[in-house]
Design a binder for this molecule. Structure first.
Ligand code: GLC
Length: 418
């Protein structure tokens, strides 16, 4: 039997197109996605560093002039996905979506640089990537931190990468769905409807998209007028970590990003205010409707990845995480099974996802070595038994969603070799 390592490499190589890699080759996602590509680059770095760098370069070719890196780049005219380039009608150099995704790329670039001996040419390419990432993070602070508190807003659930997480339920309920909305979903042709978002979610997703398009994707306008505006804990944790990691890796290239340093102190001070003693948890904030979103989802624990300078709170979060569902064979579920919004097999409302385990693992390494090892070994075991799928059932490890899923394969390689 082929070794899992070899299968992981094959999944990535088979999903590779010219200079970028699809999230899966089963037609569900026929384009390049922002955070998928970052995870994928990390996977390549274990067997083909040029593929890794190329993946990142291709993604950044689609960067907008204002600095935003879109959540999807449509490299060819494939129209089997909805919404495709014809719906979005935007992009710089490459047709793209008009929103972004978590900037996990900065942490991944730091990891790749730290772990590899790059030659001069590769260092030069990395330097260009790092400068583009500075522009990307500046874009977040310039356009999405509207209160200047060091925390950014997301204006569409797709920006979170956790499309139908129950965190978005109450903000989405308040979105006024466009009248006579017409569109045709394509995801249900290649995936089971009981594992995918509902029609009412899609109606809101497309209503929001149409509003951004009407505003010609003007970065100030779309934030100010969006019917959805959430200060999300998971997303901000990734942004803070990205800021810290970009500053560190830039130093290796003699680049000085000290203006970003001021952001960190402010961001941490602001973020801590979303910690609620009673529940021993962080909760996201519906900025549009001024209310806290009390859902016990795994992305609230991404706060560990932010590496806050607050040992007491970090320890409380870890002890709460130990009771979340780590007693079970397969963890972590994307939502706590005890939360009323939990759904065992529906996408981001319950199943286990490998990237979310990876983010938590990265957050635990320097805080609770034993617990981090347990998580790593359980995740490796799941992947060795079931191979590379999009998400998994927490009770029996059943494979859900797409197969040959790139980031599951890429992060397997990272967990295995680290
Ligand atoms: C879905 C996921 C998102 C991912 C994309 C491609 O939209 O929610 O996180 O980036 O698919 O895999």
């Amino acid at each position: 039997m082929k070794e899992t390592i070899e299968i992981a490499k094959e999944v990535l190589k088979n999903n590779r197109r010219s200079g970028y890699t699809l999230p899966t080759n089963n037609k569900l996602y026929p384009a390049q996605w922002n955070w998928d590509s970052a995870f994928i680059a990390l996977g390549y770095s274990y067997f083909n560093i040029d593929y890794a760098i190329k993946e990142l370069e291709t993604l950044l070719t689609g960067q907008w002039n204002d600095g935003m890196v879109p959540h999807i780049l449509f490299h060819d005219n494939d129209e089997s996905y909805f919404p495709n380039h014809k719906t979005w009608e935007c992009g710089n150099k490459i047709p793209s979506s008009g929103i972004t995704q978590p900037p996990i790329i900065a942490t991944i670039v730091k990891n790749i640089v730290d772990q590899n001996k790059l030659d001069q040419g590769q260092m030069k390419r990395m330097e260009t990537i790092i400068k583009k990432l500075k522009k990307y993070l500046d874009w977040f602070y310039n356009y999405r931190d509207t209160n200047k508190i060091g925390l950014v807003s997301i204006i569409h659930p797709w920006e979170s990468g956790l499309d139908n997480s129950p965190i978005w339920d109450s903000p989405l309920d308040k979105v006024k769905i466009e009248e006579n909305l017409k569109y045709e979903r394509r995801d249900l042709n290649v995936s089971k409807s009981e594992n995918r978002p509902l029609k009412k979610d899609y109606d809101a997703y497309i209503t929001l998209l149409n509003q951004f398009k009407k505003n010609k994707y003007n970065p100030n306008k779309i934030v100010n007028e969006s019917m959805f505006n959430v200060i999300d804990i998971g997303f901000n944790s990734i942004v803070i970590r990205a800021t810290k990691d970009l500053i560190k890796v830039a130093k290796k290239f003699n680049l000085n990003f000290s203006d970003l340093e001021n952001k960190i102190t402010l961001s941490e001070e602001s973020l801590i205010k979303f910690y609620k003693n009673e529940e021993q948890s962080f909760f996201s904030y519906d900025f549009k409707n001024h209310s806290l979103i009390k859902v016990d989802a795994i992305s609230n624990y991404f706060i560990l990845f932010a590496d806050l300078e607050n040992k007491e709170i970090n320890n409380k979060i870890i002890s709460k995480l130990k009771k979340y569902n780590s007693q079970k064979e397969y963890f972590f579920t994307t939502v706590n099974p005890k939360d009323k919004t939990f759904e065992e097999t529906r996408y981001w409302r319950g199943p286990v996802w490998i990237n979310s385990n990876w983010i938590i693992y990265q957050g635990l390494i320097n805080k609770d070595k034993n617990f981090s090892e347990l998580l790593k070994n359980k995740t490796l075991e799941l992947l060795e038994n079931k191979k590379f799928h999009e998400y998994y059932n927490f009770k029996n490890g059943d494979c859900l969603g797409a197969n040959n899923f790139s980031w599951s394969a890429a992060l397997y390689l990272d967990l295995k070799f680290n």
